[in-house]
Design a protein around this ligand. Structure first.
Ligand code: ADP
Length: 391
């Protein structure tokens, strides 16, 4: 999943990692639109260049912004996920030593756990360019063929939400990943011609919140596959402490622990909550953060002691009250809550499953005894709470 706007990085302090935002080839700035649009685009660029020449950006400003970027840049800064980091860093070192490209790698797990971050670190450690795109952005086969043919030896192609690639686009990836070539047809009927396009060896890194939605042929082509799990509270406290240092927030260990406990096992949430607590402390207190400031601020934010936010609680209350603890289908729940089904499946449910507040049964979702207790609703006596087989 992509980072928040204040967490996006395009280059680093020494420029070693190069990141390119992929633009589908035939819709690039120079290729699409009318001539008038192209001229207007060029004029805008010229004006911007003029402005920059007249008012160059303050370099200390830029440096400060970079320093405040919370995304770890090296494996040594990447908190937790030790087994994953050990394994992938060995694979990266071995590839470097052989002067080879790294095997294609797949990272799966809930949003905000560091999949994009690790892809950036890999590209940096390989000293290569990261080309960033996403499944929904590659709409047509022409998009992916153009992108692949522009890759240089050793480039890392990062496809976020890879489960959302269309089937037609996905098929082009099979031969690209396996043999570094794409076959495609041009013309039609009597003029149809098959073209075999060789590619430079590259590494594909896929990121997905739904490994189950990946087709078997695509999944099998990844030599490396890793699941990122929710972080422990101790690891999240390290994330909070590290981010507080970068953001120059004065926080004590109990304050960091309080934020960690309410972060739903997710570093992105830790960082977000830290910013909210910092704002609160700057306005209402001295700017320093301790346990009581953190818990007061997060209470106001609607984040409870376990880190559940309003949407988590709405889901749990709806399932427990409207559907008497279930079983309820995800579509029915999404319609009742008036929330996107995918958001519920990707963002809300994984953590509620993890902490045992709901279970997924063949008949639908059900609230467990612990789930009922947390929101203070009594389960129906005739239906044992949360019974069923885990899916
Ligand atoms: P995903 O791609 O899995 O949705 P990201 O890689 O975008 O998640 O991570 C979201 C943010 O969380 C990052 O910008 C970074 O600041 C923070 N983060 C993620 N993983 C870690 C980690 N292991 N250590 C420290 N910070 C992390």
């Amino acid at each position: 999943m992509a980072a928040g706007p204040d967490e996006q990085e395009k280059s680093d302090e020494n420029g070693r990692e190069r990141i390119v935002q992929a633009t589908p080839p035939d819709r690039g700035p120079g290729d699409s639109g009318s001539e008038a649009e192209i001229i207007a685009g060029e004029q805008a660029l010229e004006e911007r260049a003029q402005q920059l020449a007249e008012n160059p950006p303050d370099s200390t400003d830029v440096q400060q912004r970079m320093a405040r970027d919370l995304r770890p840049r090296h494996f040594r800064d990447y908190v937790g996920q030790k087994e994953v980091v050990n394994s992938i860093s060995i694979a990266v070192l071995a590839a470097r030593k052989r002067g080879d490209t790294l095997d294609h790698a797949l990272f799966h797990g809930p949003p905000g756990l560091g999949k994009t971050t690790i892809a950036h670190i890999i590209a940096r450690e390989l000293d290569s360019t990261l080309v960033h795109t996403s499944g929904p952005a590659l709409e047509r086969p022409a998009d992916v063929v153009g992108l692949l043919s522009n890759l240089k030896t050793g480039d890392v192609l990062f496809i976020d939400e890879i489960h959302r690639l269309s089937h037609a686009v996905e098929e082009y990836l099979y031969s690209a990943m396996e043999d570094f070539r794409v076959d495609f047809m041009t013309g039609s009927g009597a003029f149809a011609k098959s073209i075999n396009l060789p590619l430079q060896p590259f590494t594909l890194i896929g990121s997905t919140t739904r490994a189950g939605m990946l087709s078997a042929p695509l999944r099998e082509r990844f030599g490396l596959a890793y699941h990122l799990d929710f972080y422990s509270i101790e690891d999240l406290a390290k994330v909070v402490t590290r981010s507080a240092r970068i953001l120059e927030v004065d926080i004590d260990s109990k304050g960091a622990l309080e934020i960690a406990k309410r972060s739903r096992g997710t570093p992105r949430i830790s960082n977000r909550l830290l910013r909210r607590v910092r704002d609160f402390s700057e306005v209402r207190h001295t700017g320093a953060v301790n346990k009581s400031v953190a818990s007061e601020a997060l209470g106001i934010e609607g984040v409870d002691a376990l880190g559940l936010d309003r949407l988590d609680r709405l889901y749990l209350t709806t399932l427990s009250k409207n559907y008497q603890g279930g079983p309820a289908g995800i579509q029915a729940l999404a319609a009742t809550i008036n929330e996107d089904q995918q958001t519920l499946e990707d963002v809300v449910e994984p953590f509620l499953l993890k902490i045992g507040f709901i279970v997924r049964t063949p008949q639908g979702r059900r609230t467990t005894q612990e789930g009922f207790e947390h929101i203070g609703i009594k389960p129906r006596l005739d239906v044992p709470a949360g019974q069923g087989t885990l899916l």
